[in-house]
Design a protein. Sequence first.
Length: 555
Amino acid sequence: MELKTLTPELAVAAQVHAGDLREISNAGFRTLICNRPDGEGNDQPVFAELVAAASGLGIAMHYLPAESGKVTDEQGRAFGALMASSPKPVLAFCRTGMRSTTMWALSEAGQRPLPEIIERAARAGYDLKGVVRRLVNGGKTPVDVADATHEIVIIGGGAAGIAVASSLLARQPGLDIAIIDPADVHYYQPGWTLVGGGVFDAATTARTMASVLPRGVHWLKAAVAAFEPERDAVILDGCRVVKYRQLVVCPGLKLDWHGVEGLVETLGRNGVTSNYRYDLAPYTWQLVQSLRGGRAVFTQPPMPIKCAGAPQKAMYLSADQWRRAGVLRDVDIQFCNAGAVLFGVADYVPALMAYVQAYGIHLNFGQTLTAIDGQARKATFAQAQADGSKTQVVREFDMIHVVPPQKAPDFIRVSPLADAAGWLDVDPATLRHKVFANIFGLGDVANTTNAKTAAAARKQAPVVAHNLLAARGAAKGEARYDGYGSCPLTVERGKIVLAEFGYGGKLAPSFPSWFIDGKRPSRLAWYLKERILPPLYWEGMLKGREWLAEPEMVG
């Protein structure tokens, strides 16, 4: 028989027969819970037969039956009580294991994070979407009434969410739009590289959420727990239900700080920093200024990540500062990249390699940061070998700039909107969900292959706005996104390699080469990054002004 593990203390299975009990006992199980009513099928023994067959095997037997598809809140609580009082490990069974899994999930609601419950069940082969509202509600059946209803609901108040709301309102003023986001502050994240390089003050990259939301948009200050796309509903923490006619999903991605052992415990001290956090970017600059010699390590995790050039930007600006301070030759700079190339678009690599050589940077490809011991100032990497195996490399450091592994947010990853890898599953051109026609997505959460940058969201927002309105009959034709992304690679203070490209690495320059040649370091590109792009973001992109962002139209 097949046993499916939910936790170290609990497994579930399909119908158990008397002949299975010795195998179950030999496997170490000490308690058996039957969740299938006697007489449900012609192929099942009654529970009393199993009790008799279990005699002498040291297995405690419990009968907690539920009708198929009708597990009650009380049964969930009773299952939890049995788990708490019974010898471990426990095996629970029904016809397929679904009722047992549902009871376990209801008993764990409020004790474990919802995504963990759903993921554990999914790994065992059970889909809990039918009870997700009850799980959000602490294992209790909520009243099936919407707390709010809006024509358009946008998940996420970051660059993508606000830009698409503004684009919609610019096209059709007065639309009933709600943005769901629990944050109080909106950040201009592209500026954090320059904060870490001593160019920007961190405070200039932050504004209150209330000050940047478009006028007339409803702000639901809450976190999303789950989706019910078949019912056109979003479930918020606390089991509040928000209904929509159309949904736009753009909550960004999750920085998995816990994905590197020991990282959380040492971030912000012991020379461990990251420009991927608002509060740590100033610490990067402090470390760079104070380092007069020793080893500086810069890491890059496996793709996809937010702004693929950001790990290098931090390194080049740091190296430039050490050169200006006259200590560059005393600093051993190590770039440890989980990937196999310096940059994914080959046209820009020669310019970057010139700086790698000028700064004396040592490139280490195929190396993924797995652990950090801050007090010992040691970092452990998994080194990929040609035969697919991995070895361990330990590096000492005086400072280390860490880019954490990144993935889709938990509530996206376990939802019916996600692809097999956990990212929002949208058409790469129209940005419409591949299954649910009234759902669109953009920004870092989407499974499109473009670079995950604010510049990409700036181009995607008008596409989503137009296609959403076209679906409502309020616009004609179809807008298409070409995969545009921009990565201004700050190779030194005052010069930038302006990488602009679309799907497949096709170059997509915004300016003629005589003005800015993106394949060469440029002072004009630096001026663009430092002086033009911040106001373009705050006063252009977030206000629905689509300068240099008009979408390609078909039909």
